[in-house]
Write a protein that binds this ligand. Structure first.
Ligand SMILES: Nc1ncnc2c1ncn2[C@@H]1O[C@H](COP(=O)(O)OP(=O)(O)OP(=O)(O)O)[C@@H](O)[C@H]1O
Ligand SMILES: [Mg+2]
Length: 190
């Protein structure tokens, strides 16, 4: 998928060149909006990514969810089988280590597995999106695979900076669409 790769490269360059303060500021606007959605407020079990580089920051949201007694689930990335193993995060003091990609994840021996069928909400990362709710990630299909296992009532909410949302991006049958994309400027839904 050459076109997807070109788009990834272009948008990642933009995201990596953002300064830290701008990323922090926009992240907090995005997460504020997310916590005002019905999807968030009605959720009990939330699977959320751990950010790295200049991805939209998720730690403030995670702290808030723990204090609100939601069940917080984060990814352990099994690179041998190319699957995410979802693991419950009980507290911000849980033992986490840097994954090979650069974000924090549970240590293998301390995974507390949670079935994807339990999730009410998934906070989805991504590189490029479009207004029709298509998503392009890093290109391994990790999120497509786990999102395919959600129960029907579960929602996939992507968070991104507005420059990551284009008019149209290519998508394949296995690409799972988002229910909503929240940026600092807009909320995209259908
Ligand atoms: N449900 C699935 N089951 C098996 N393989 C899948 C599934 N979904 C996607 N894949 C495979 O994953 C590969 C990468 O897919 P794609 O380019 O869409 O990744 P992506 O959405 O950018 O990545 P990610 O989901 O990791 O952020 C493709 O070769 C595709 O065949
Ligand atoms: Mg995909």
């Amino acid at each position: 998928m050459e076109e997807k790769n070109e788009l990834r490269k272009k948008i990642l360059a933009l995201r990596n060149s953002m300064d830290k303060d701008e990323a922090e500021e926009k992240s907090s606007i995005i997460m504020e909006k997310l916590t005002q959605t019905e999807e968030y407020n009605q959720s009990r079990v939330v699977f959320v990514y751990m950010d790295f580089n200049n991805e939209v920051k998720t730690m403030p949201l995670i702290e808030r969810m723990l204090s609100e007694k939601k069940k917080v689930v984060i990814p352990y990335t099994d690179t041998v089988n190319t699957v995410i193993i979802p693991s419950e995060l009980k507290s911000t003091d849980d033992d986490l280590v840097l994954s090979k990609f650069g974000y924090l994840e549970p240590v293998l021996e301390k995974i507390r597995p949670v079935e994807p069928e339990e999730f009410d909400l998934v906070v989805v990362p991504g590189v490029v999106f479009d207004r029709k709710l298509n998503r392009i990630g890093f290109g391994k299909g990790y999120y497509d695979r786990i999102l395919a296992k959600l129960k029907k009532s579960a929602k996939a909410l992507a968070v991104a900076y507005d420059f990551q949302v284009l008019d149209e991006v290519p998508s394949e049958d296995y690409d799972v669409k988002m229910d909503m994309i929240i940026t600092e400027k807009n909320i995209y839904t259908n």
